[in-house]
Design a protein around this ligand. Structure first.
Ligand SMILES: NC(=O)c1ccc[n+]([C@@H]2O[C@H](COP(=O)([O-])OP(=O)(O)OC[C@H]3O[C@@H](n4cnc5c(N)ncnc54)[C@H](OP(=O)(O)O)[C@@H]3O)[C@@H](O)[C@H]2O)c1
Length: 272
């Protein structure tokens, strides 16, 4: 792999709607960005688009498939020596059907929670001391139900939206646990409902409803804005939403599941 630009902010899912908006905002603010993408061609196309708007930006596209523990380990090994200045865990998925990754994990939970968990933990000792970590959650997390067996759920437990919400709640509990265990800044960003590739409402509504509803959603730049604020904030363990910086609700703060999931996920990913 090519030499990695030191002191960069890593943005996962940089080829997506909000990922691209985040890369552009960071580049416009003078930051160098590592664009972590599973599809390098898409990533390069986004890089060229951003460069056309922010000439001279320091952007590097590197391969990362969050649905593969091996890919996460390879990516972490490649970027660790560059002492990254931040990590925006933005990539996410909401597949309509149950499927397993090469590691035997359900795809949604693997990409939205286990991959970011492993990536973040592998990089913990490599970040610059003032680094900032931001995890993109969702308002659905508030309504989710999970238990300590999240990683062992079978097809009978799968439901597109409920599994997505559960993965985002797990990411939220991970963020809280990480904020307690590290001196780095760890925050969350809730983009709201954003017109993006992910919000393809075809499965729940007819195309007419999609056409009517999508324009009411936020634009990707608006959805990415709280993540940019969170990356720059001196705060930790907060949720950035719209223009606000919110405290985490008590019931999430002292949830014993956070520690349990931390341990179980560490075991499952081969960490101590
Ligand atoms: N849109 C909303 O209303 C909304 C609301 C709340 C939270 N969010 C969250 O916001 C984040 C960004 O979503 P978005 O709306 O911008 O959706 P999007 O346009 O679909 O972008 C998702 C990004 O994640 C990447 N990705 C998917 N699977 C991956 C994998 N296995 N490994 C690495 N990258 C992978 C995609 O890569 P490809 O380009 O290769 O597909 C894409 O770059 C997600 O975490 C999502 O859950 C979205």
């Amino acid at each position: 792999m090519e030499e990695v630009i030191p002191g960069s902010i890593i943005v996962t899912g940089a080829s997506g709607s909000m990922g691209k908006a985040a890369v552009e905002a960071l580049a416009a603010g003078g930051r160098s960005v590592i664009m972590a993408c599973r599809n390098l061609e898409k990533g390069e196309a986004v890089r060229r688009e951003v460069l056309a708007r922010v000439p001279g930006a320091a952007l590097q596209v590197l391969p990362l498939d969050l649905g593969s523990l091996r890919s996460v380990r390879d990516f972490a090994a490649a970027v660790a020596p560059s002492a990254p200045a931040g990590l925006l865990n933005n990539a996410g998925t909401m597949p309509p059907r149950y499927s397993l990754t090469e590691d035997g994990l359900e795809q949604t939970v693997a990409v939205n929670y286990v991959g970011p968990y492993l990536l973040t933990r592998l990089l913990l000792d490599s970040f610059s001391p003032d680094a900032s970590i931001v995890n993109v959650i969702s308002l659905t997390a508030k309504y989710a139900h999970i238990d300590e067996n999240l990683l062992e759920k079978g097809p009978e437990d799968f439901h597109q939206l409920r599994t997505y919400a559960a993965s985002k709640l797990a990411l939220m509990l991970f963020s809280i646990e990480l904020a307690k265990r590290t001196s780095l800044r760890v925050n969350m960003s809730d983009p709201g409902v954003v017109a993006s590739n992910m919000i393809d409402l075809g499965r729940w509504f007819d195309p007419l409803a999609d056409a009517l509803f999508k324009p009411l959603c936020k634009r990707p730049e608006q959805g990415a804005a709280p993540a940019i604020s969170a990356l720059q904030s001196p705060q930790t363990m907060k949720i950035f939403k719209g223009h606000r910086c919110l405290d985490v609700q008590e019931r999430f703060l002292d949830n014993p599941l956070s520690g349990l999931l931390w341990q179980k996920t560490a075991q499952r990913t081969g960490l101590k």
